[in-house]
Design a protein around this ligand. Structure first.
Ligand SMILES: [Zn+2]
Length: 500
């Protein structure tokens, strides 16, 4: 591990953060304005892209007067966007293609990850060492909450401070890169990584043996584990549960808290800014306004007032200089609270409507439920088929469908074949029955390879979306290709032949 972010850097930023927030909302806004001014000046001096976009604008121009930037636009000008002259898309792509380097620093100095492409277009992201130290400090700032501090201390004593993560671990994604970066500060025996592509039964077995004090994961994965805990197939006692990467619903929060009896920390972040907001005990997210600007806007990028759900949000990351993100169309719909939160935080409170994934449940012929994690399905398609614009749809208790973009018949056929193969490879691992004995029985009864179960079906209209991977405006470009579970293995899905 070659993470250069030192403990001292993080501690210094934590101290600065706490000091700044003691000054209340005015001090936070002042720090935000000062950092914004410095970032805009730095970007126009060191990024060819921003120099062009900001040409003609006066120094010290208001944020609202700066042009909005999009992922597509920035990706298309990647080499001009970044401010480190040693960075090129080609070099970064080569680095990210090597999965043995997950968690390592690109060029020995920048954290690097790629997004899963929720808008159909995967992005490449770099974060410099000061930015990483800031993210770590923002995450650690939750320790100022007395309940979190007490739970952390208890976890150190009762469960040795052991930490477990359930996430997509096989790619350079933000979650696993950051996890491994932080893990360098802890003995190896106190950390445990669980892949979302592995069955729930395996998570249960490993977590039971590991007994974590701190459990982190996507809300959908945590909810599955909460179900296992309530059913007494899992018996762990984490004192802190961290949720991130997806929207945490109120129902999921209640379920997870009730199952584990732990302090639940909800964090809202993105590949462009790791820690945008952190949740409080009253169910609101509080914007890290000293390091982040988040503008709720309508479809024409005009501001919407607090209390109104936005069409999208414009993100400005004040911490990262190597790849400046200024008024970036994030794509998430947010609503800011018009009044102060009961928790007393001086930071603006908001809720996010987006990236809300439900666990997809299919049924075997014997009626047993088979939960499938959307993250596992989409990761399998993205990694195995290199498809980044698609929609997975649950069409019945036993069937899934995948929508793929319009295009030439040969290209669509090729995409379909790749998706089918990827799902066939992963399907025995993506789900599990709700009983371990049933899972064992299933494996024994169905020794055939997935390919032998493949069938072909014609498309038919789809009824319910399991997960949308594209923006509303792009939906018309997608057409359904049916996937179907084989008879004996419900988690084994096969694709319908494209109609053209
Ligand atoms: Zn609050």
């Amino acid at each position: 591990m070659t993470d250069r972010t030192s403990v001292l850097d993080v501690l210094a930023r934590m101290s600065s953060l706490q000091w700044g927030r003691w000054g209340g909302f005015d001090a936070i806004r002042q720090a935000q304005a000062s950092r914004l001014h410095d970032l805009v000046r730095y970007a126009r001096e060191h990024s060819r892209y921003y120099a062009e976009r900001y040409a003609g604008l006066p120094d010290g121009v208001a944020l609202e007067a700066l042009p909005v930037v999009t992922k597509h636009e920035l990706n298309g000008r990647f080499d001009d966007w970044v401010t480190d002259p040693d960075v090129t898309r080609e070099r970064l792509s080569a680095f990210l293609a090597d999965r043995t380097q997950i968690g390592e620093r690109f060029l020995g100095r920048h954290a690097a990850w790629r997004s899963s492409g929720t808008t159909g277009e995967p992005g490449l992201y770099l974060h410099d060492a000061p930015a990483c130290a800031t993210y770590h400090a923002l995450i650690a700032s939750v320790m100022q909450r007395p309940d979190v501090a007490a739970a952390w201390a208890f976890g150190q004593v009762a469960n040795g401070g052991r930490r477990a993560l359930v996430a997509a671990t096989g790619e350079h994604f933000a979650g696993i890169v950051t996890w491994r970066s932080l893990a360098q500060w802890a003995p190896q025996a106190t950390t445990c990584e669980l892949s979302v592509l592995r069955p729930v039964d395996e998570w249960v077995e490993r977590l039971d043996a590991f007994r974590p004090a701190f459990l982190a994961g996507y809300p959908t994965a945590l909810r599955l584990l909460a179900h296992e805990q309530r059913a007494r197939r899992l018996s762990i006692a984490p004192s802190i549960v961290w949720s991130g990467g997806e929207h945490l619903t109120a129902a999921a929060r209640r379920e997870i808290e009730a199952a584990f009896g732990a302090v639940l920390i909800d964090e809202y972040g993105s590949s462009e800014c790791l820690s945008i907001a952190v949740g409080c005990n009253h169910g609101w997210l509080h914007l890290n306004a000293d390091w982040v600007v988040l503008e709720p806007v309508d479809a024409r990028y005009r501001p919407v007032p607090p209390g109104t759900l936005s069409h999208t949000a414009l993100l400005t990351n004040l911490a990262n200089r190597v790849q400046p993100v200024i008024r970036y169309d994030l794509g998430d719909r947010v609503v800011f609270r018009p009044d102060a939160c009961e928790c007393g935080s001086p930071l603006p409170a908001l809720r996010v409507q987006g990236r809300c994934d439900d666990v997809v449940t299919l049924r075997r012929r014997d009626g047993a439920r088979v939960p499938l994690l959307p993250m596992a399905l989409t990761t399998a398609v993205e990694e195995g088929a290199d498809l980044h614009l698609f929609q997975i749809v649950r069409v019945s208790d036993r069937e899934l469908a995948i929508r793929v973009p319009e295009g030439p018949a040969r290209a669509r056929r090729s995409s379909w074949e790749a998706a089918r193969s990827a799902l066939a490879r992963c399907s025995p691992r993506t789900g599990s029955t709700t009983s371990r004995s049933r899972s064992t029985r299933r494996r024994r009864r169905c020794p055939r390879r997935a390919a032998s179960c493949t069938r072909w079906f014609r498309p038919r209209p789809c009824r319910g979306a399991a997960r949308s991977r594209e923006r509303p405006a792009e939906r018309h470009a997608l057409r359904p290709e049916r996937l179907r579970c084989a008879r004996t293995c419900p988690v084994r899905v096969v694709a319908v032949e494209p109609s053209r």
